[in-house]
Structures are given as structure tokens and as C-alpha cells.
Ligand binder design. Structure first.
Ligand code: SF4
Length: 389
């Protein structure tokens, strides 16, 4: 990158000035990863100090049966396929109750667009879950699912959200965003929820007092300019509503498990590689720099591995979701040793080990518990451990 431009961008960041589309594209064009990290870390530290938020949650996928066939998705099953499943309400409650002793604070619920399940099923599940676990917040359904509920119920999103909130909904999930730009979206997304509906539904949720996360699926067939466009749309909506809690760049995944039955459901796998760790760090950093009106940027460690998740904390990230159990949407762990589950203690040590201070949060980013700062190297040396007893 031209030295003058580099200095100009640096000055803008340190002065807290809003970055433009051209600035975002220039940042992606830079090959100076350390420099990007330094800028993003400056912004992250201004906003969040050395704190890293995490939560204790469980993912629940009520059904993997889906009417759509998105090109990147290996979770979808068609009705009648051997491992297609749909949970009865009692099964969903039993799964959630398995984590009762972990002081769970959130259930994260996303599902396929089931062709025949009636709309009534969904508020009923929420009601029963809330009854079984009254202190657990229910973060459920993507905007895509809410639009699907409109289709199967004949109700408006307004009425749907009211009924879901009445049943215990605390937040939508941020999924279904993928890449908003139609140039890319038309090749990867097979359902009918695009930017216009996605933003309509989140705007509506915010107007009802819900706060929601937002996501971006990157590292498939999009180019950096599409990522910049994506975050600018979110930034504009955030200016309008202030209702987004966090931005989560989701790394597109190849299928490590679901193709075991010989069916390749991820149709772009053969033409793509996954984003490299360096590309992921760049994406975290540029997102942090562009989204000046977002408090938090999250690394969903399941998609990146633990070492990269730790490193991301120096590239703009201040939130690690969560003590996930059974994450199935993109994979069941991967071939690089990423675990499927992390408990509260594992997360605490992961954050301390990276040199940051853990803070447990709830779904609305309210503090549940503050933990101590990591032990510095100097302290560790001043009281050395006895190696030979
Ligand atoms: S991404 Fe969601 S909507 Fe698309 S095929 Fe997969 S489960 Fe269905």
C-alpha cells in the first residue's frame, strides 16, 4: 500500500473518523497484517479495554429438514433422508435440560425451513423451554426463519415477533445474512430472504426492544469489496436503530462430516478453499475498523480453532461465543482438532492464556460475572512454580 494512504488511514482511525467504502477496500488490499491488527486493537481497546466477553450457551437445532438448498450448506436434509430429524417439543426440552448444571444462560436455536411443521410448533417450543429453564434467555430463529413463518402462517412478521416474544423470545439470531450483495448472494442462497427482508425483520425486532446480533459468511466466492459492502449496510442500519449487539464474521466451512453418506450437499466445496487464518484475522480487523457504531466483534471459535480465536483478540475481537455444545450447522468439530464443546472453565483459561480479562455476559451483553485479570509474566516469575519436588 502507498505510504501516504497508509498514513492517511492511520490518522483517520486514531482520530476516530468514520471510514469510507474506499478506505475499507484499501484496508483489505493491504498485506501488512500486523499493521491492520495494531489499528484494530487500538479501536478494540478504546471500546472494551482488555475485556473479553463470553457466554455459557447451548445450541439447539430443532430440525435439519429444510425446503431450501443453499449452496454452502451441508446441514440441510430433505424429508425422508436417512438422518433427517425433527425434535418433538419434549425432546427439545430434554436436550436443553442436559445442561442445567452448567449454569446455562442462553439457548441458541436455529433450524431448517421445515416444509410441513406448523407455525404453532415454534412458539410452543419456546414456551415449554422457558417453563423448564426460566432463567435461560432464548435467542432463537434467523430473519430467514421469521420470513418462513410469515409464509407458513399467513401472519405478518409483526404479529409473529409479538407471539414469539410472548412465548419467551429474547433475541433473534444473526444468521441468514451470508453476503448481502446480490452479485454473490444469487449464487449461494436458495431461500427468499435477502437484504430487504433481513433488514426489515431486524429493524422490526429492534423497534420492539429486542437487541440482535449480525453476521457475515465470508471466504467462499465473495471478494473483499462484497465484505465491505456488507458491513456498510449493517453500519447504516445500526445508525438508524442502534439495536445490534455484535458483529460476527463466520468463516465458510467445508464439510468434514456430513458427506459421510456420499452426498455432497455443500455444492461450492469443489470450487472453493476455506479462508486462511491470515484472511480471517484481516476480516476481523477490517470489520472492527469499519463498524464504528458496533460495541462488539465476536469470534465464533468453533469455526476458527482455539489458537486463532486467541489471536483474534489482538485483531479487533472482544467476544468469544460461548460454551457451545453440539454445533451442527456447519460441522461437528473439524479435522483440525477444534473441540465441539467448551465449558466455562475452558473459556476462562483460554482468555487468560491469551492475556485478556474474561467477563461472562448474557444474551443482551449485560455482565453476569467479572473475573480477575490474567497473571502477568512478571508475577509468574516472581513466584516461580517448583518444578522438582
Ligand atoms: S442455510 Fe439454512 S435455509 Fe439454507 S439450506 Fe441450510 S438450513 Fe436451509
Amino acid at each position: 500500500m502507498d505510504v501516504g494512504l497508509k498514513r492517511e488511514l492511520e490518522q483517520k482511525v486514531y482520530a476516530g473518523e468514520r471510514l469510507s467504502r474506499e478506505d475499507g477496500e484499501a484496508l483489505y488490499a493491504s498485506d501488512d497484517l500486523a499493521w491492520l491488527g495494531r489499528l484494530a486493537h487500538h479501536v478494540r481497546t478504546e471500546k472494551n479495554g482488555d475485556r473479553v466477553m463470553f457466554n455459557v450457551n447451548r445450541h439447539l437445532n430443532l430440525t435439519n429438514v429444510c425446503s431450501a438448498s443453499c449452496a454452502y450448506c451441508s446441514f440441510q436434509r430433505k424429508p425422508g433422508e436417512k438422518d433427517a430429524y425433527t425434535m418433538r417439543v419434549e425432546q427439545a426440552v430434554a436436550k436443553a435440560l442436559e445442561m442445567k448444571d452448567e449454569q446455562l444462560t442462553e439457548l441458541h436455536i436455529v433450524n431448517g425451513l421445515h416444509p410441513t411443521l406448523p407455525w404453532r410448533y415454534y412458539p410452543r417450543v419456546l414456551k415449554e423451554l422457558k417453563q423448564a429453564l426460566p432463567n435461560v434467555k432464548l435467542k432463537a430463529f434467523t430473519a430467514t426463519e421469521v420470513q418462513w413463518f410469515e409464509k407458513i402462517s399467513g401472519l405478518t412478521a409483526d404479529a409473529i415477533l409479538d407471539e414469539l416474544m410472548e412465548a419467551g423470545l429474547e433475541s433473534l439470531t444473526g444468521g441468514g445474512a451470508e453476503i448481502f450483495d446480490w452479485e454473490v448472494r444469487q449464487h449461494i442462497v436458495d431461500h427468499a430472504c435477502h437484504w430487504e427482508d433481513w433488514s426489515r425483520i431486524h429493524r422490526l425486532a429492534h423497534s420492539k426492544g429486542l437487541r440482535t446480533p449480525s453476521t457475515m459468511l465470508y471466504g467462499h466466492i465473495e471478494e473483499p469489496r462484497h465484505r465491505v459492502d456488507h458491513v456498510l449496510r449493517l453500519r447504516e442500519l445500526q445508525d438508524e436503530t442502534g439495536g445490534f449487539t455484535v458483529f460476527i464474521p463466520l468463516r465458510y466451512q467445508h464439510d468434514f462430516h456430513d458427506s459421510a453418506d456420499g452426498k455432497i450437499r455443500n455444492r461450492i466445496q469443489a470450487q472453493t478453499t476455506m479462508a486462511s487464518p491470515a484472511e480471517s484475522l484481516k476480516t476481523f480487523a477490517v470489520s472492527r475498523l469499519m463498524l464504528d457504531n458496533f460495541d462488539h466483534v465476536k469470534c465464533f471459535w468453533v469455526m476458527h480453532g482455539l489458537s486463532l480465536a486467541q489471536l483474534s483478540l489482538n485483531f479487533g475481537v472482544d467476544d468469544l461465543d460461548g460454551s457451545v455444545v453440539e454445533y451442527k450447522i456447519t460441522h461437528d468439530a473439524d479435522s483440525y482438532g477444534t473441540p465441539n464443546t467448551m465449558h466455562r472453565d475452558d473459556l476462562l483459561h483460554l482468555i487468560w492464556d491469551a492475556g485478556f480479562t474474561p467477563v461472562e455476559r448474557d444474551t443482551r451483553y449485560q455482565v453476569v460475572k467479572e473475573y480477575g485479570a490474567p497473571v502477568s509474566m512478571a508475577e509468574r516469575r516472581s513466584e516461580p512454580q517448583q518444578v522438582w519436588a
